[in-house]
Ligand binder design. Structure first.
Ligand code: NAD
Length: 294
């Protein structure tokens, strides 16, 4: 069994750490919010007074934090305190440039690091069925794999450092674009007098079919149960989609790639958040589009 340090016990981190502890690993946790630490302690995990104290005995160091600047700041503290041979696994969704910087910081201290963002949300974190998209060396990947398999249903080694974050933002940029497309199609269908049921039956079995229609339809009452059937409670919050679309634009700008639809999707989610979309599922975009000026 491994000694695992887990830093960042939010909506995702706490259930992930809990699954590691349930699997019998020795888990020591740290978060800046006392309530998160209390919850972890009541679930039988050891709590540390600082990130550096949490990692001092660990073979595996997991981080699940809000953004790139926070990750880099935490790594500045964690890397000098880590044991030789420890593997750092950052599962936060952060910008590709910060992920690459994190790899450099670990390498210059002779430590291995993996960028390993996830998809699957809070439900996947609790059920241990997350998809991990992993960037880093094959050796580090193989050492981390048994631990990732406790928290995940699918683990994909995407390539060298930064490749996990790259895979995540490319997927989520496409998801944001396709969800807006699905919302537009169903909003227009309604204006044209077509029932949602008929629109779903045709599109989900035709060339317009996609995950945003078939699995996560933004209209209530048709297809599988989705956040649309639960008053658009997330699910996957519009705020997180906005974050990921922003990271995609940052990467597109840094790499010089044109992504006009991705840029437009970011602008639309930006407006949607300001018009009351914050805290709602990202598929609630359909409600905004129905009221937006043509
Ligand atoms: P969250 O805001 O609920 O949790 C982040 C945690 O980090 C908080 O408990 C916060 O107190 C802690 N934290 C912040 N700064 C810290 C520091 N310096 N030291 C220690 N702890 C610190 O966020 P979340 O929903 O758990 O998401 C975590 C990451 O996973 C994000 O990067 C997010 O984009 C990504 N993600 C989230 C989801 C989701 O559905 N929530 C899905 C996929 C990926």
């Amino acid at each position: 069994m491994s000694r695992i340090a887990f830093i960042g016990l939010g909506n995702m981190g706490l259930p992930m750490a809990t699954n590691l502890a349930k699997a019998g690993h020795n888990v020591t946790v740290f978060d800046t919010v006392a309530a998160a630490m209390d919850k972890a302690a009541s679930d039988g995990m050891k709590t540390a007074q600082s990130a550096s104290a949490a990692v001092s005995e660990a073979n595996i160091i997991m981080t699940m934090l809000p953004n790139g600047p926070i990750i880099l700041k935490v790594l500045e503290e964690v890397i000098p305190a880590a044991k030789a041979g420890a593997v750092i696994i950052d599962s936060s969704t952060i910008d590709v440039a910060s992920a690459r910087k994190a790899h450099e910081m670990a390498k210059s201290a002779d430590l291995q690091l993996l960028d390993a963002p996830v998809s699957g949300g809070i439900g996947g974190a609790a059920a241990g069925t997350l998809t991990f998209m992993v960037g880093g060396s094959t050796d580090a990947f193989e050492r981390a794999q048994p631990v990732l398999e406790i928290m995940g249903g699918k683990i994909v080694h995407c390539g060298e450092g930064g490749a996990g974050q790259a895979a995540k933002i490319c997927n989520n940029m496409l998801l944001g674009i396709s969800m807006i497309g699905a919302c537009e199609a169903f909003a227009l269908a309604e204006k044209l007098g077509l029932s949602a049921e008929a629109a779903f039956d045709v599109i989900s079995t035709s060339s317009g079919s996609c995950w945003s229609v078939n699995t996560y339809c933004p209209v209530p009452g048709v297809g599988p149960k989705t956040p649309a059937d639960n008053d658009y409670k997330p699910g996957f919050a519009a705020d997180l989609m906005h974050k990921d679309l922003g990271l995609a634009q940052q990467a597109a700008s840094e790499s010089g790639q044109a992504t006009p639809m991705g840029a437009h999707a970011l602008a639309l989610y930006d407006t949607f958040l300001k018009e009351g979309g914050s805290g709602r599922d990202f598929s609630a975009m359909i409600e905004y589009l129905k009221t937006a000026a043509r």
